[in-house]
Design a protein around this ligand. Structure first.
Ligand SMILES: Nc1ncnc2c1ncn2[C@@H]1O[C@H](COP(=O)(O)OP(=O)(O)OP(=O)(O)O)[C@@H](O)[C@H]1O
Ligand SMILES: [Mg+2]
Length: 621
């Protein structure tokens, strides 16, 4: 059985592949992927943008020819060979074409913004799906957070950038062909020179994209630290402690030095990138000079007319711009490519998670739950948090777990709730290993309220109904759960009752006291109609009366449901059907209160310690 699942980060498998990409095949692969993404999120806009690029290209080529006509007409008029009126037509055509180009560019800008937002929405959707589905183990790993950070900061926008690069490339290509054709009609010799002019930039740009990616990888931890420091200085929950401890200057100091370090690295990075672009662009300029020299030579030799030469100079400028745009597009795609690999590796976590969740539906509940020889270590720690634990819970029982801080109680609760899988041993429902069934269906049978439950900044009603989102919120059941957990009075006193947001970060919101929050969390657990309810220190923040009421009513409220609760208060633990005492990750003792007291072991010692504290207070008080 101890089939310890070797944990593989799918991202690691990609590292080798990431470095190896080869130019043309890789380019087409990247384009294919990105186009598929963009196509799925906004095909209409994508087609419109491509069409506009063709229009822009035609308008540009038309401009070259119109300039030549204008120059021709000007020379004739200047030589007194024709009436000024003949100038009007070519000038108007040129003006119309120029206007068309500007209009197309403006419309393209707006459409691109829309398309970019649509792609971003689609990408966010996928990333969030993965972030909420991945195995909880990932949330113990700094590498996971680093990648998540890069994906959010960088990779999300990349598919769109590739498409933008692609559209720009398509446009530049169309324009280059158009302007090139116009140029060839003036003098064919100039064309090859111009195409060669783009090569230096192409060569340096690949190197630049690699630099950019490596820089991003190396700076992610620093960036995350800075964001964390920002959160500490701006967060609502942190604000009071920052003031109480006078931390602002100290935190600012850390923030400043972290930013300083980043700026130093950025300076070096920018210098390297600049050198590369200078080299690339110098190369291009050299070719341009050669081209213009050739043109002069052609005019002198009488092979090109003066008007033709004028138009050619404009065309060369245009073409140089277009060829640059073409290569810039290629560069953008390559640069995005490395980030896209990062993104894909992240999204692969989702496939992993989906595979982990495969399996048939679990039965609706169990007669007996057994944990058999369960051991578990958190990723990266050598000492197991739970060691060879055996426990039994029968349906309808109320079972308690006690033990000192760090003895493994919460970890055991997480294992029973199937948030982690045991490294060794198994959790069985009526003899069947729960791993036989899909993770999510097992989890759907369990309501677990953690020690550090979440305080959602939603309405009070949502804070309860979030316990079961598979069905539409039922106001009657929400009230019932609130009443059972003793949260009803606090909620009804809120300005908008159950509709009041439970956070001041939203207008009209109110905050609750620690104990009131805890009641809301317990009510959330009650609202979830699950056969097994796990409560991790549910009474830690409750006043004595509330605590008494909670445990006195537990059986009645959760009729027939099985309850596992963790507590440090022995007065509440007493009433449990069975008590497990954990020590250093293992179960040290178990039995009813009376059995454990008779044993005179850890339980009896801790119980007497607590009882003695009350008694002596009573005596001296
Ligand atoms: N996410 C984690 N990663 C690594 N180690 C952890 C993690 N959470 C807990 N541990 C370690 O596992 C052990 C058991 O922790 P656990 O939270 O289960 O204790 P506990 O009995 O619930 O304690 P408490 O009474 O303080 O709530 C401790 O040594 C703790 O340091
Ligand atoms: Mg705990």
């Amino acid at each position: 059985m101890p089939e310890s699942q070797e944990y593989v980060d799918p991202a690691q498998l990609r590292v080798a592949a990431r470095r190896g990409g080869k130019s043309v095949g890789r380019l087409t692969e990247l384009i294919r992927q990105s186009v598929r993404l963009v196509w799925a999120s906004g095909r209409g806009l994508f087609v419109a943008l491509l069409a506009l690029q063709v229009v822009a290209a035609l308008a540009l080529a038309g401009q070259v020819l119109a300039i030549k006509s204008v120059l021709d007409a000007l020379l004739i008029v200047g030589a007194g060979g024709a009436a000024t009126a003949q100038l009007w037509i070519p000038v108007l055509v040129l003006a119309a074409l120029t206007a068309a180009t500007s209009i197309v560019t403006a419309v393209q800008g707006h459409l691109q913004r829309l398309l970019g937002e649509r792609v971003a929405r689609a990408m966010w959707g996928r990333v969030l799906d993965v972030a909420t589905a991945v195995n909880l183990r990932h949330f113990e790993s700094a590498d996971f957070f680093n990648r998540l950070q890069r994906v959010q900061a960088n990779a999300l926008s990349r598919p769109y950038q590739v498409t933008q690069g692609l559209i720009a490339m398509g446009g530049a290509l169309a324009a280059s062909i158009g302007v090139g054709a116009a140029l060839v009609s003036i003098s064919p010799l100039l064309l090859p020179l111009l195409v060669v002019g783009g090569l230096p930039v192409l060569l340096t740009s690949r190197r630049e994209s690699k630099l950019e990616f490596d820089f991003s990888i190396s700076q992610t931890p620093l960036l995350r630290m800075r964001q964390y420091l920002t959160l500490l200085q701006t967060g609502r929950d942190e604000a009071k402690e920052v003031r109480a401890f006078g931390l602002s200057r100290w935190l600012r100091g850390r923030f400043d030095s972290s930013y300083e370090e980043y700026l130093t690295n950025l300076t070096a990075h920018v210098r390297r990138r600049s050198i590369l672009s200078v080299i690339g662009n110098l190369g291009t300029s050299v070719v341009l000079v050669v081209t213009l020299g050739t043109l002069v030579w052609l005019i002198v030799g009488g092979q090109v007319s003066v008007a033709g030469a004028g138009a050619a100079i404009v065309a060369i400028r245009m073409l140089a711009t277009q060829v640059q745009a073409l290569f810039a597009g290629v560069q953008r795609i390559f640069e995005s490519g490395l980030f896209l690999d990062d993104l894909r590796a992240f999204l692969e976590h989702g496939e992993f998670a989906a595979r982990e969740d495969e399996g048939p539906e679990s039965p609706p509940g169990f007669e007996t739950l057994h944990a058999e020889g369960v051991s578990f270590s958190y990723p990266g720690s050598t000492e197991p948090a739970v060691k060879d634990v055996d426990i039994t819970i029968r349906t309808g029982e109320v079972v308690a777990i006690v033990g000192e801080n760090g003895s493994g109680k919460t970890t055991l609760a997480k294992l029973l709730a199937r948030l982690y899988e045991p490294d060794e041993g198994a959790i069985r429902w009526d003899g069947v290993d729960v791993r036989r069934w899909s993770t999510s269906s097992v989890r759907s049978r369990i309501a677990v309220i953690f020690q550090d439950f979440v305080r959602y900044a939603f309405s009070a009603s949502d804070n309860l109904a979030i316990g079961d989102v598979t069905r539409p919120a039922d106001p009657a059941r929400v009230r019932e759960a609130a009443r059972a957990a003793g949260a009803d009075r606090a909620i009804e006193n809120l300005p908008d009752g159950y509709a009041t947001p439970l956070s001041r970060i939203f207008s009209g919101g109110r905050d609750l006291s620690g104990g009131q929050w805890q009641r809301v969390a317990i009510a959330r657990g009650y609202y979830r109609d699950a056969p097994l309810v796990i409560l991790d220190e549910p009474s830690a923040a409750l006043d004595p009366r509330a605590e008494h009421d909670l445990f006195a009513s537990l059986r009645e409220t959760l009729q027939g449901r099985t309850v596992l609760f963790i507590s440090h208060r022995f007065s509440t633990v007493r009433s449990a059907d069975r008590i497990y005492v954990m020590d250093g990750g293992a179960v040290a003792e178990h039995g009813s209160h009376d059995e454990l007291m008779a044993k005179q072991g850890i339980y009896a010692e801790l119980f007497q310690l607590q009882a003695a504290a009350y008694l002596s207070a009573e005596e001296t008080g």
